[in-house]
Design a protein. Sequence first.
Length: 439
Amino acid sequence: MNAGIRKILVLGASGLIGRFVTDDLRARGFSVVGVARRLSASQKSGPLDLELPVMSMNAAALARLLRDHRIDVVVNCIGVLQDGPGSDTSAVHCDFVARLLQAIRDRGWPIRLVHVSIPGATETDRTAFSTTKREAERLIVESGVAFTILRPGFVVAPAAYGGSAMLRSLAAFPFDLPDAERATPFRPVAMKDIADTIAWLAARDPSEANAVTWDLMQEQPVTLGDVIDQFREVFGTGRWWRIVMPAFLLDLGARSGDLASLFGWMPPMRTTAIAELRRGVSGDPAGWMAATGIVPKRIEQMAGKRRATIQDKWFARLFPIKALIIASLVLFWVVSGFIALVISYDAAAEILRSHGFPPSLVAPVTIGTSLMDMSIGALIAFRRTAAFGLVAGIVASLGYMIGAAILTPDLWIEPLGALVKTGPAIVLMLVALLTLDNR
């Protein structure tokens, strides 16, 4: 069948799998509509990349989307890891899938649904993430639509996001997981194998490979430690001495990630991620291989196809440091403003008085600058306003430096060099601003 005849809708086209699949299918000659709530500037490649509030669209609106673009295949890559502000696993994995299934049934002609789920045995589902993903599978199986459910293992792609970025970072540093976590079964799958599978399905009639669930992963069982060690070979850190992290540090990091998610950040290290990591990745790819003829790549082929470039190394090393940079800047602005306003107010006000400020302006300036500092810290703390907060912090810091040069030049040579240290703080804020992008 001519690939160009098929019209494909990819939901979640901004994500790791969704973006790769969208671009890959287009390169093969398919007509692909990529839909996401938000697309970065680099992800928008034309009029068929759409930003739509799909989570709030009802079944009728979804049916119109299918009808307007004459969709033949729907690839659903939408998913969230954990409940939190703006993220509801049940709403995304179950309620949305129910509306999507209704829209497909209402469309009036056969549409194949390719649904990306998660691997693992149902009896080991413990998190809201896994239980809602499995409920979505049940809804699809009972819906009567033509479907194929894909359960990919740990996805290894040219891009790094979420868990894959976290493992790359671990491999780039002299740290290692505890023995129990290293021994966890952890079968990976190459992103290219996922794309090959979806292209294979898209080129076929919905009646073929219908009502099947496939595990997509390499044949040979490996462990999480094996995967990390393979990345170490790529990064050239395989022979480094290593510090084994105690298990409680993983739990502490996960709790910190949960806290960060309350401010709109989406760190890969959260309690759900650690729970799923400890559960491991397992399955049987035999059915998938037999049906499609695809021979899955091994982890050595996925990770070791080329040596790490300087871009790879910088990203892997900066990825965990980014969180520390943001946290330190939040503390810097909030604490410095609080100290000047509450703890050392008299000392801060005296600096202005001693440099000839009019008495009537001392209190307003001291209070105003302290509140401004604390507000900048609060803005940086929230993901949605972080960019604005960082720009405001840079402008405020430059303002302090220029104002001091004009009004209190002697502060530039005071023993502790407070103003001199403002320069590196500006550079740190610039680094945070330039690394805010997640995709």
